[in-house]
Write a protein that binds this ligand. Structure first.
Ligand code: NAD
Length: 247
């Protein structure tokens, strides 16, 4: 029987690649998007054309009512067994000295509050003591959490550090509930996030300096996420898995 998986921010990039791969491996996928409905519909259409099952679901992860509505829409599909906490933002590079309070607020609202709200709703549904069937949760953090990203993204790095802590803490809270919680920490992956951060060529330019000599592809991160979701990773919980070309 197909298992139900929700992926936040799945209309493009790493979320989209994960949706396509997970659906090909038999998951029924909730493709969350915030505003780019056409892109989410295209992901769903691509999955369905390949014989898989998916549904597009709108919701801003930084808004609690949206997150609750999103999970209620998933409830209609049956028990939730997988969750990818993927939606995230960056902003143009700046030293902390020049960052506005509004930028800091938005960074933490989406990347931290959004991740905590999403993880909470997923945990409430998957925990066996709440009537759930158990499951697996994967958070998409970043190696920035260890690097600190000085002069550019200390806000983003801090938000991702919070996601690492959430991963480790929640893995311990949910171990007895039949729920595994892990994180992947991508390095420089060639997606649109760099354009939204004002540096469209960032991954290609800086990827050359990594030990593997290139930027990564969204599909390469998706492979790790889908493995962690799967029962094949049955003894992995609380892990932070760097998919970063050695960065
Ligand atoms: P992307 O910009 O292509 O995708 C991000 C997705 O999140 C988009 O679909 C966007 O619409 C969605 N999103 C943003 N804010 C949202 C909100 N409030 N509610 C719902 N959805 C929202 O970027 P990506 O590279 O695919 O990023 C996916 C995740 O990977 C992010 O958490 C990012 O921080 C992380 N990551 C990316 C890289 C990289 O180099 N690309 C490196 C490390 C970590």
């Amino acid at each position: 029987m197909s298992k139900n998986l929700l992926i936040t921010g799945a209309s493009r990039g790493i979320g989209r690649a994960t949706a396509l791969l997970a659906a090909a491996q038999g998951w029924t996928v909730g493709v969350n998007y915030r505003e780019d409905r056409a892109a989410a519909d295209a992901v769903v259409a691509q999955i369905q054309a390949a014989g898989g099952q998916a549904v597009a679901l709108q919701g801003d992860v930084a808004i609690e009512a949206d997150v609750q509505r999103l999970f209620e829409a998933m409830d209609a599909l049956g028990p939730l067994q997988g969750l990818v906490v993927n939606a995230g933002i960056v902003a143009p590079p700046l030293p902390l000295l020049d960052m506005s309070g509004e930028r800091l607020r938005r960074m933490f609202e989406v990347n931290v509050l959004g991740s905590y709200l999403t993880a909470r709703e997923g945990a409430r549904r998957m925990a066996r003591s709440r009537g759930g069937a158990g499951g697996s949760m994967v958070l998409v953090s970043s190696v920035a959490a260890s690097l600190g990203s000085p002069f550019e993204y200390v806000d983003y790095a801090g938000a991702k550090g919070a996601m690492d802590v959430l991963t480790r803490g929640l893995a311990k809270e949910l171990g007895g509930e039949g729920v595994r919680v892990n994180a992947v920490r991508p390095g420089l992956i060639d997606t649109d996030i760099h354009a939204s951060g004002g540096q469209p060529d960032r991954a290609e330019r800086l990827g050359k300096g990594t030990p593997l000599g290139r930027a990564g592809r969204a599909e390469e991160v998706a492979e790790a996420i889908v493995w962690l979701l799967d029962d094949k990773a049955s003894y992995a919980t609380g892990a932070l898995l760097d998919i970063a070309g050695g960065r």
